[in-house]
Design a protein around this ligand. Structure first.
Ligand SMILES: N[C@@H](CCC(=O)N[C@@H](CS)C(=O)NCC(=O)O)C(=O)O
Length: 227
């Protein structure tokens, strides 16, 4: 038996939603960098990871689960963050997928791009973000909120929160025209486990110029290697 372990890298991206969800549910877990978990540099270790990518969640019994969607749905079932009704569960999946799709458009931009590349990528992803946020605004209108399916969050809410939160590095005022999304973000930040996680997680600094995570007080470049 091991601790429930989330394995990922030095970046604010796909490791966020699982951790937000576990902290919300008071689920203890360990976080390990890829090179720490495998005991060798990621370039050598990746052949041992399903699909050669992270994140990966390792259960207490030692089963490795790859792919963010699979990790999120496993945790959601375990933590009671998915509805029992199959149709509502499919609608929750729909919101999750709609949020997770945003990953490729701008998570690497925020975590890695600098200078002219950052400026060009930022301009390219803004219309994508606005279209998706306008769609989220309509989806939020189906219920009284503050969450996508009413007064309690499901697993999709944690993924949506991560991407919307990260989008503030692209444009601080990105939610100006989305009042329901503003209420959603406030609702998420008001969850005690979420607010504790947000206060404790490594700060992301230097976006667009030299991104770093401040881990245990030390700024370290974002990346998939130990140094
Ligand atoms: N489809 C995967 C994508 C995972 C992914 O893109 N992982 C990146 C980091 S965000 C990775 O492992 N990069 C290192 C590599 O490819 O060697 C998911 O949703 O989890």
């Amino acid at each position: 038996m091991t601790d429930l372990t989330l394995v990922y890298f030095k970046m604010r991206a796909l490791g966020e939603a699982p951790q937000l969800m576990m902290r919300h549910s008071n689920q203890p877990y360990r976080y390990a960098m890829g090179w720490e978990y495998f005991g060798k540099p990621w370039a050598e270790a990746k052949r041992g990871a399903t699909f050669r990518q992270l994140p990966m969640l390792v259960t207490e019994e030692g089963t490795s689960i790859a792919q963010t969607g699979a990790i999120m749905r496993y945790l959601a079932r375990r933590l009671g963050l998915v509805p029992a009704d199959p149709v509502t569960a499919a609608l929750v999946d729909e919101v999750f997928e709609g949020a997770h799709e945003l990953f490729a458009h701008f998570n690497p931009v925020v975590n890695f791009h600098t200078g002219n590349q950052f400026r060009a990528s930022k301009e390219a992803c803004l219309p994508v973000l606005h279209n998706r946020f306008a769609d989220f605004e309509l989806l939020l209108a189906r219920h009284d909120g503050p969450f996508f399916f009413g007064e309690s969050p499901y697993y999709c809410d944690f993924a949506a929160f991560h991407h919307i939160d990260l989008a503030h590095f692209i444009d601080e005022a990105i939610l100006a025209d989305y009042p329901r999304l503003q209420g959603f973000m406030a609702g998420m930040r008001g969850l005690s486990g979420v607010s504790a996680y947000l206060a404790e997680r490594p700060e992301l600094i230097g976006v667009g110029v030299g991104p770093k995570l401040v881990i245990d007080g030390v700024p370290v470049p974002t990346g998939i290697t130990a140094d």
